[in-house]
Design a protein around this ligand. Sequence first.
Ligand code: IPD
Ligand code: CA
Ligand code: CA
Length: 267
Amino acid sequence: MNQYSPLINVMIGAAHKAGRNLIRDFGEVEHLQVSLKGPGDFVTKADKKSEKIIFEELRKARPHYCFLMEENGEIPGNDTSNKWIVDPLDGTTNFLHGIPQFAVSIALERDGVLIAGVIYEPITDQTFWAEQGKGAFLNNRRLRVSARRNLNESLFSTGIPFIAHSDKAKALFQKELEAIMAVSAGVRRFGAAALDLAWVAAGRYEGFWEAGLKPWDIAAGIVLIREAGGFISDINGKPHMMKSGTIVAGNDILQPELLSILQKSAK
Ligand code: IPD
Ligand code: CA
Ligand code: CA
């Protein structure tokens, strides 16, 4: 039985409370799907409500910490060493379409270092969490990245650019996909980057790559991958994922291979 630290307890408490609310709203989306108006406005409200719940829970527990939240941006606090980084609903497009692949993601950055992460998948009640130096877990089970060593047995996950992305980003992605398709056992696109990262930490995927991500999409996942013994970098092989929005993750053997194939495909 795992003893949560007070910090992880606070983070999981907030994620679960927001998650319970998202489950209720998801049920409503399933009804609205067939209405003429569609669930768009409702989902925007669900997203904001989830963020409000997380903000209130975290503020109550740690009144002076700062925030970076997807919907409300930077919220200052007196304690400038500590910053919560929050995605209140990752996988919004899935949620909007009644697809049950979405999550809540909460990370804590202390003095510029990501030290704790929680990714909660409400529908399956799976809590992925990690704390610097203490390991990564799914509920109470310790996580390790996959032990697979061969590209041809490896399953990768990614994010496909969509209408909001530039033509350049779309063209680059096509080259990357072509290169990975040619050498791997498969590529998946499930639509929630936080869960993609959690699933690499859990050894389900051998690797994950995506560009155009925001800090709240990846902050908690970065802690999970590192604590599960994985490697992670941006597309230049540098640890600047949060700034560049590019990310390449995997185990110690396959992350460098994935990175090198992606870099070559861009040339
Ligand atoms: C999105 C998801 C998706 C990724 C997008 C993100 P949102 O986050 O993580 O998998 O491909 O780039 O914006 O909008 O659902 O919170
Ligand atoms: Ca997101
Ligand atoms: Ca979101």
